[in-house]
Design a protein around this ligand. Structure first.
Ligand SMILES: NC(=O)c1ccc[n+]([C@@H]2O[C@H](COP(=O)([O-])OP(=O)(O)OC[C@H]3O[C@@H](n4cnc5c(N)ncnc54)[C@H](O)[C@@H]3O)[C@@H](O)[C@H]2O)c1
Length: 248
């Protein structure tokens, strides 16, 4: 790698929002590590994006502390630093009423969406402290800001992501590390298409301010801005990118 390059570390990069964010970082000139547990899709994305700039795929389950530590180490070994990190890996889980939620389902969501984000943040911060700074964006959700019936585990995990973001932001800003969260609304990704039928989507959009799904690139643009020097005074925020959904 040439001197002076910027480096991005993106989890959930094999699909949807993470994939679009990895592509946006590469297009903006960042050498980018695409981190995901889905090797087939991740390798395919890295191969496609290789034409745009420097990137590589790293297989990693974000719920596994040693795997996250290794993914950060592999990125630093290849690209020498991590300037920007987007922690996008996440799952939605089965919908169920709060009293009926299964213990396994609850623990699975928490281990990936909340513990996984914390594990990524802590290894990213350790590296950023060594190199003298950086910027982190965690992927929360509108469900990190308001309740949603039938999704209490997901909602709790995403509120937790906002909490980790705020605490870490207070702890490390004087070490030149900013930590923010992005809170996407309803975004047209494979996760959305798997979970929500076209009929349900139509019903949800009928009562939505902007009346359309967001595109993954619209989240990626917010993440790139939050990681850029243009956002140098923005810290600890949970930025809703949701067409107005959470201000109704
Ligand atoms: N799509 C939406 O409407 C929406 C709205 C708000 C927030 N979000 C959040 O955005 C993020 C991305 O969602 P998406 O819609 O792009 O979903 P997606 O399913 O298209 O992509 C998620 C990616 O995360 C990866 N992943 C899941 N668990 C992992 C693990 N344990 N380790 C490593 N990688 C893992 C998957 O392999 C996949 O590539 C998630 O955190 C999700 O909760 C999505």
């Amino acid at each position: 790698m040439s001197e002076g390059h910027k480096v991005a570390f993106v989890t959930g990069a094999s699909s949807g929002i993470g994939r679009a964010t990895a592509e946006a970082f590469i297009r903006a000139g960042y050498a980018t590590a695409l981190v995901d547990r889905d090797e087939a899709l991740g390798k395919q994305a890295a191969e496609e994006f290789g034409a745009l700039g420097e990137c590589m795929f790293i297989a990693c389950d974000v719920a596994d502390d040693a795997a996250v530590e290794s993914a950060v180490a592999q990125t630093v070994s290849a690209y020498s630093r991590i300037d920007a990190a987007f922690n996008g890996a996440g799952i939605d889980g089965e919908p169920a009423m709060t009293a009926d939620y299964s213990l396994e389902g609850w623990d699975r969501i928490m281990s990936i969406n909340l513990r996984g984000v914390w594990l990524c943040v802590r290894h990213e911060i350790r590296q950023m402290l060594r190199q003298g700074g950086g910027a982190i964006v965690n992927c929360a959700s509108s469900a990190g800001l308001v309740g949603v019936g039938g999704l209490s585990a997901y909602v709790a995990s995403k509120h937790g992501v906002v909490g980790v973001t705020r605490s870490a932001a207070l702890e490390y800003v004087r070490s030149n590390i900013r930590v923010n969260a992005v809170c996407p609304g309803m975004i047209d990704t494979p996760m959305w298409q798997r979970s929500i039928s076209p009929e349900m989507t139509e019903q949800l959009l009928a009562n939505d301010p902007i009346g359309r799904l967001g595109q993954p690139i619209e989240i990626a643009e917010a993440v790139l801005w939050l990681c850029s020097p243009a956002a140098s005074f923005v810290n600890g925020q949970a930025l809703a990118v949701d067409g107005g959904f959470t201000v109704q």
